[in-house]
Write a protein that binds this ligand. Structure first.
Ligand SMILES: [Zn+2]
Length: 129
């Protein structure tokens, strides 16, 4: 990110708390349905594919990859926001940091990084693998 300010602290729903707790421990996890086997993000109380309540959090399968991205703004305020595939057919929106905008491309492999937000809760961002 172009700024030195910490990111805004996320609002944490009960369904997503395990995701955020894992981020604080330096792990990227995906809410995964025990009935249909599919993952989803953001974490919900019901599987969005089959409505099952039987969900568990599993470690994301590296590498994460850029599905799409946008370079926003210009100059010192410029940042990169992307949809990042973190599991089969599961994408999350996140900032890409530590990369020159002209080097970023669809399909690029990424590594998650866990950045302290204003509250101390870590948020997930990505950088080049
Ligand atoms: Zn399901």
């Amino acid at each position: 990110m172009a700024t030195d300010r910490p990111p805004v602290a996320p609002e944490i729903s009960p369904e997503a708390k395990p995701f955020w707790d894992a981020a604080n421990a330096g792990r990227l996890v995906v809410a995964t349905c025990l009935d249909c086997g599919r993952g989803h993000h953001y974490p919900r109380a019901l599987c969005p594919h089959c409505h099952s309540t039987r969900l568990e959090f599993r470690d994301a399968k590296p590498p994460a990859r850029i599905y799409s991205f946008s370079v926003v703004g210009s100059g010192a305020g410029q940042y990169i926001i992307a949809y990042v595939e973190i599991a089969d057919r599961v994408a999350m929106m996140a900032n890409i940091i530590g990369c020159a905008p002209e080097s970023v491309h669809i399909g690029q492999t990424l590594t998650p990084v866990f950045i302290d937000s204003a509250s101390g809760q870590k948020v997930v961002m990505f950088t080049a693998a």
